[in-house]
Design a protein around this ligand. Structure first.
Ligand code: NOJ
Length: 553
């Protein structure tokens, strides 16, 4: 079996992980310093968000030199040391390939801007007239350049011009930089917005009814996408023992198989946005900033479709959190009275499914969302949306917008890692680049390690089960009692071996009758987030956010 099918990945957002030099910003040495902590948790792979030279308009997702570590994070030598130290502990390192766009300060773009006949002009998209495409970060996706009197395309900020993958030289540059890092020992890539690398080069306008600057199907899954990924696989990936996970907004279980189907020779898996969009109002004129309640049955159906759609044909990535998503206990659980129970419940549901689970830093101690004043947020997405939707176009009241920010804003996940209850949560001796979440006095690694009932030890158990039990890796997936509005239950079955996961998604007690072919007395408890498990015949009496893993073997 491929190693990444038995692996658990831990995402480090280096800026917020651990600062070792007192400048208030995390660094590579901080990651190296915490390797023993991660080894104790039991993870197999670290995915490092971008650490390359960058003006940091979008916290490193705007790269100006792909072969150099950003000096605030350290040096290339620090990175080589991290790779070596991680490998010494049997931990693999996956880097973030941000090649849909570069920084506008990358030499390629600096050249490209100079003149229409510059050899680098075709590294980017230049047009005389913009179409009506919107940027994911507000406003038009086109920026006018006075020097050459043309517009360039940027699906993200105007400091993130989109690279033109139609140009074979651009693709060769990307293959070369990937090889550069893989030859240094890097074990794979997370590929940023990979579903957008092929453009509809006729740039068709969207229907005006979707607003001034719509974002829709033309932003993703362009006509040459899979041709490029097969080339990448042929030229680079197939030459290394590596893992790949593509970030794929706009993916469905059907088109996921084009990226990661067993016979495709493209990527190992993708991150879908499908399940993480279920509490956003679709096609809202406020973009992602209009939220609604999650419907549990919709979530169950969604995950069920992905589990079954990819079973044996491809491979799922499993996640609830990352640096672009809020904290799951605050989003769909209870981040107060039942924080620990609900954090463990989400972990259980996710980690017992088929696929490769991803833990985002702090998720393993049940970190929660932050509630700041608008001026205290750093995220360019929040700042741009506030200016556009609240101040300029007055499409939403500030209070309503802030509610959405508290629920789904990206900085919820980006507050510094909470290592201890000491000053600045033990993250830095300086002034943190982003305000700490005041919860660090109670929620921190030191106290989690001292408490055998903490969220941390629950994750550790889940990881151990995945490593030891092939049923978790291989078994099929079947929803149990789909219509149940309070309980998320499913079975994993491999021949006559069966694992049952039963989770109360809410804070009211609920009785769950195990119907059909299941007989509770044939099962024993593998893991639970409560000390005692109450049953009566075939009925389980579930306490708030109780999650139980049962097995019959
Ligand atoms: C997705 C990344 O995860 C996000 O943080 C970034 O802003 C955009 N891609 C642009 O690179």
């Amino acid at each position: 079996m491929e190693w990444w099918k038995k692996s658990v990945v831990y995402q480090v957002y280096p800026r917020s992980f651990k600062d070792t030099d007192g400048d208030g910003i995390g660094d590579i040495k901080g990651v190296t310093e915490k390797l023993d902590y991660l080894k104790d948790l039991g993870i197999d792979v670290i995915w490092l968000s971008p650490v390359f030279e960058s003006p940091q308009d979008d916290n490193g997702y705007d790269i100006s030199d792909y072969r150099k570590i950003w000096s605030t994070f350290g040096t290339n030598e620090d990175m080589y040391e991290l790779i070596e130290e991680a490998h010494n502990r049997d931990i693999k390192i996956v880097m973030d390939l941000v090649a849909n766009h570069s920084s506008d300060e990358h030499d390629w773009f600096v050249e490209s801007k100079k003149s229409k006949d510059n050899p680098y002009r075709d590294y980017y998209f230049w047009r005389d007239e913009p179409n009506n495409w919107g940027s994911f970060f507000s406003g038009s996706a086109w920026e006018y350049d006075e020097n050459t009197e043309q517009y360039y395309l940027h699906l993200f900020t105007k400091k993130q011009p989109d690279l033109n993958w139609e140009n074979p030289k651009v693709r060769q540059e990307v293959w070369d930089l990937m090889k550069f890092w893989m030859d240094k020992g890097v074990d794979g890539w997370r590929l940023d917005v990979i579903s957008s690398i092929s453009k509809h080069t006729d740039f068709p306008d969207y229907d005006e009814k979707y607003g001034k600057y719509p974002i829709g199907d033309f932003h993703t899954n362009g006509p040459r996408l899979h041709e490029y990924l097969q080339e990448m696989n042929r030229e680079v990936l197939s030459k290394y023992d590596c893992m790949t996970v593509g970030e794929a907004p706009g993916s469905t279980p059907e088109n996921a198989l084009l990226f990661c189907g067993n016979d495709r020779n493209e990527l190992n898996m993708i991150f879908t946005f499908d399940h993480m969009s279920l509490d956003l109002v679709p096609n809202s004129h406020l973009g992602k900033w209009e939220v609604k309640d999650l419907d549990l049955i919709e979530l169950k159906d969604n995950l069920n479709t992905w589990q079954n759609g990819l079973h044996r044909k491809g491979w799922n990535s499993l996640y609830f959190e990352n640096h672009d998503q809020p904290r799951i206990v605050s989003r769909w659980g209870n981040d107060d009275k039942y924080r620990v129970e609900s954090a463990k419940m989400f972990a259980t549901i996710l980690h017992m499914m088929q696929g490769t689970p991803y833990i985002y830093q702090g998720e393993e101690i049940g970190m929660i969302n932050a509630k700041f004043e608008i001026e205290e947020y750093d995220d360019v997405e929040i700042r741009n949306a506030y200016k556009d939707l609240v101040l300029d176009r007055k499409m939403v009241e500030k209070d309503k917008f802030m509610e959405a920010v508290y629920r789904i804003g990206r900085d919820n996940a980006r507050t510094p890692m909470q290592w201890s209850s000491d000053d600045n949560a033990g993250f830095t001796t300086g002034k943190p680049w982003l305000k700490l979440n005041p919860s660090y006095k109670e929620i921190n690694v030191a106290s989690a390690l001292n408490d055998e009932n903490s969220v941390f030890y629950h994750y550790k158990e889940l990881i151990k089960i995945r490593h030891e039990d092939d049923v978790v890796t291989l078994a099929d997936f079947r929803l149990v009692d789909r219509e149940n509005k309070s309980v998320f239950a499913y079975e994993r079955r491999l021949d006559d071996k069966s694992i049952l996961v039963v989770a109360n998604f809410y804070e009211d007690d609920v009785d769950f009758e195990l119907a059909g072919e299941y007989r509770l007395d044939e099962y024993s408890v593998l893991l639970s987030n409560y000390k005692e498990f109450e049953k009566e015949g075939n009925k389980i009496k579930l306490k708030p956010f109780e999650a139980i893993v049962l097995k019959n073997y």
